[in-house]
Design a protein around this ligand. Structure first.
Ligand code: XIL
Length: 371
């Protein structure tokens, strides 16, 4: 309990430090939504003013079976009630995605053949109408389409694309707008900091805008690494979408500290020819073994520095950035603990604020002090 108390008693809180700039959100899991997580819930209530559902609003969890009786609204209803009772701005994540979507969605009624375009559009319409309609006026932001782009900026060859064709994206936005005309509708993706993919997203948004499609914001997932993206890359990315008249949200922020991920990232960066001269040195170059239960103090400092520089970029663009959401409460909650122990967030496994927490608070204080 002492750890929980320490985190709650931390002053100022994240939401307080950033109140003049943007909302500070966090993705919550089922244990937190149902308030079973005694460590996480007090942190959520004290530090954050916006919520995203880590899983409960995805197609699989909320609509596991076909037909009007195939919905499972319980956890999503509780998510919305939890957020409302704590006066938080709510995000809906996500309506149309290549992942966590049940097989039946893409199969004809015989259960074997692929569904045809009109039927899939009809299913998408019913799903969006039902889910967005149910929380109309209560969920403010919707990730309408998630991850529609491949790394080279072309459209990902998902079943949505193969079966419906390119206009599945426009249709999803139209259906969401019809279901809740006041909701802020986002296109959400990762690695948009890489120029090839970013350019693909810019072209996609321009095309949608030219067709009069109701798209209002872009979500940058920002699953960052210790050496990627640089503050400059982040800043340029926000700017690219702000210039199109869109709002920008940082939707799934975390910084992967595992050694294997740093190697992956280097490969990605060489792929798109990024200039790395200003980047933080990768862990391998720092001579640090990151596959450890406890994050070494030197890496805590690197992580803190990384968070500070990313928040510097968000603050610089505070006119466009409406919301910054962390993808998990404590390190123990993070989806990045897959086959390794990761330390990507601001609170450790005991719910204690890390040096990265102080760095994020300080970034806001310094920003305001300098003005
Ligand atoms: C992740 C969740 O955190 C995990 O619990 C789940 O098993 C898989 O999905 N991009 C997204 C998020 O848009 O929905 C993903 O969330 C992380 C990557």
């Amino acid at each position: 309990m002492a750890a929980v108390f320490a985190a709650c008693a931390t002053e100022p809180t994240l939401k307080e430090a950033y109140k003049n700039n943007f909302l500070i959100g966090v993705a919550v899991n089922t244990n937190q939504i149902f308030e079973h997580d005694q460590r996480g819930v007090p942190i959520i209530k004290s530090q954050f003013n916006s919520l995203s559902p880590e899983n409960v609003l995805k197609w699989g969890p909320i609509h596991p079976h076909p037909g009007p009786d195939g919905y499972n609204f319980g956890p999503a209803d509780r998510y919305v009630e939890f957020g409302e009772s704590n006066h938080m701005t709510l995000v809906g994540h996500t309506l149309v995605w290549h992942s966590q979507t049940p097989q039946w969605v893409f199969l004809a009624d015989d259960g074997t053949n692929t569904v045809d375009r009109d039927t899939l559009l009809q299913r998408m319409h019913d799903h969006i109408q039902t889910v967005v309609g149910r929380y109309r006026g209560r969920i403010k932001y919707w990730d309408v389409v998630n991850e529609a782009l491949a790394e080279d900026g072309t459209l990902r060859k998902s079943r949505w694309l193969k079966i419906i064709g390119e206009d599945y994206i426009a249709k999803a936005f139209e259906y969401a707008h019809e279901a809740d005309p006041n909701a802020v509708l986002r296109y959400n993706d990762f690695s948009l900091e890489n120029p090839l993919k970013r350019n693909g997203a810019v072209e996609l948004v321009k095309k949608l805008q030219a067709q009069g499609v109701p798209i209002h914001a872009v979500g940058l997932q920002c699953h960052a690494k210790l050496d990627w993206p640089t503050a400059e890359q982040e800043s340029d990315t926000i700017d690219a979408f702000a210039k199109l008249g869109l709002k920008v949200a940082i939707t799934e922020l975390d910084i992967d500290t595992s050694a294997s991920s740093q190697q992956n990232r280097s490969a990605d960066i060489s792929l798109n020819g990024q200039d790395q001269t200003n980047a933080v040195k990768p862990a391998a170059q720092l001579g640090i073994n990151l596959n450890t239960n406890r994050l070494p103090d030197s890496v805590q400092q690197v992580l803190a520095q990384r968070y500070a520089e990313l928040f510097g970029a968000f603050l610089k663009h505070r006119d466009a950035v409406t919301l910054v959401t962390f993808w998990g409460v404590t390190d123990g909650d993070s989806w990045l603990n897959r086959g390794r122990r990761n330390h990507p967030l601001l609170f450790d496994r005991n719910g204690q604020p890390k040096p990265a927490f102080d760095a994020v608070i300080k970034a806001a204080e310094e920003f305001h002090g300098s003005k």
